[in-house]
Write a protein that binds this ligand. Structure first.
Ligand SMILES: [Zn+2]
Length: 183
């Protein structure tokens, strides 16, 4: 359902140049991409689309272990569950911790289609994930390099690596279509 025709080829960097090409893009795109980031983001996009069934904002997240194997996946379920904290990232972190039998997700990567908000940025710092990879920037509420940078705040004792703008266009288009239809 999502139109992935505009995505960059697999060897494209995810990238400051891409982010910088969009007006208003933030200045902190983060660390270089790794093998598997694009494939994981495609999965997160397909998870995001499930949120549409319940009228939830289409955001999807995966947690990968240190070897790149998927531990969990979740879409935003605020409407589905009536829970203000049921963001895709929080649900994916909870499920990953349940799968591992431990709250500490050291070595793991959180992949999410939208820049995390303050709550989710706080949650992924508390979960001690190594990396966060996200798709669309969120200049109005993002806390991983645009409005705030909670995940790289030097006052915190754990700072994950951050990579923003991976498959940014299809991630943003999915959200834009949702909000256009709900306006
Ligand atoms: Zn959030």
């Amino acid at each position: 359902m999502s139109d992935l025709s505009t995505e960059p080829p697999p060897d494209a960097t995810a990238s400051s140049s891409h982010a910088a090409a969009r007006p208003g893009s933030p200045l902190r795109p983060g660390t270089p991409p790794r093998a598997g980031d694009l494939a994981a983001m495609r999965q997160a996009l397909s998870v995001a689309e499930r949120a549409l069934v319940t009228g939830d904002v289409p955001v999807g997240a995966l947690v990968l272990d240190a070897s790149g194997n998927e531990l969990s996946r979740a879409c935003n379920e605020r409407e589905a569950s009536g829970d203000p904290t049921a963001h895709a990232e929080v649900l994916a972190l909870r499920r990953a911790a349940a799968a591992l039998g431990a709250w500490r997700l050291a070595g793991c990567t959180l992949v999410v289609t939208l820049e995390p908000c303050t709550m989710c940025a706080g949650a992924l710092v508390l979960a001690r994930v190594d990396r966060v990879v996200f798709g669309a920037w969120d200049p109005k509420a993002g806390a991983a390099g645009s409005l705030w940078d909670v995940v790289r705040d030097r006052r915190l004792n754990h700072r994950p690596e951050v990579l923003g703008g991976v498959l940014e266009e299809p991630c943003a288009e999915l959200l834009d279509r949702f909000f256009a239809a709900h306006r």
